[in-house]
Design a protein around this ligand. Structure first.
Ligand code: 5GP
Ligand code: ZN
Length: 116
């Protein structure tokens, strides 16, 4: 299930440290190492899926669950009503650098549009 060369799998396995803010059987959320906003958390599935293009029919419930975890983090951090952004990058031109899918949960400041 875990990939030995994946940094996020290592965080799931607690082989490298992270500021974990939520965990259950299927998902993990932790603070981004290099935050781009006052709130910047990452929500990941415990299943190693490299990119959004690799999401299968069988993952539909899992992906829905990740969104719910992102919503809970926004509520817990007190930014749900003000507003927040959920971002997922896919492949190099989007800026994806870690190839284990993750939702960025960003907020606590006005978010700009269009994104950079
Ligand atoms: P991407 O560029 O793939 O969309 O997002 C990867 C995110 O993971 C970046 O925002 C980066 O700061 C974060 N990141 C990379 N390595 C680590 C790490 O070891 N720990 C934590 N907490 N975040 C990381
Ligand atoms: Zn992984």
């Amino acid at each position: 299930m875990y990939m030995s060369d994946c940094i996020f799998c290592k965080i799931i396995e607690k082989k490298i440290p992270a500021k974990i803010i939520y965990e259950d059987e299927y998902a993990l959320a932790f603070e981004d190492l290099n935050p781009q906003a006052p709130v910047h958390a990452l929500v990941i599935p415990k299943k190693h899926i490299p990119t959004t293009l690799d999401i299968k029919e069988e993952d539909n419930n899992l992906i829905g669950h990740l969104i719910k975890v992102a919503n809970k983090i926004a509520s817990d951090k007190g930014i749900a009503e003000r507003g927040f952004r959920i971002v997922t990058n896919c492949n190099p031109e989007s800026g994806q650098t870690v190839y284990h899918i993750h939702l960025h949960v960003l907020g606590g400041r006005p978010m700009h549009w269009p994104p950079g």
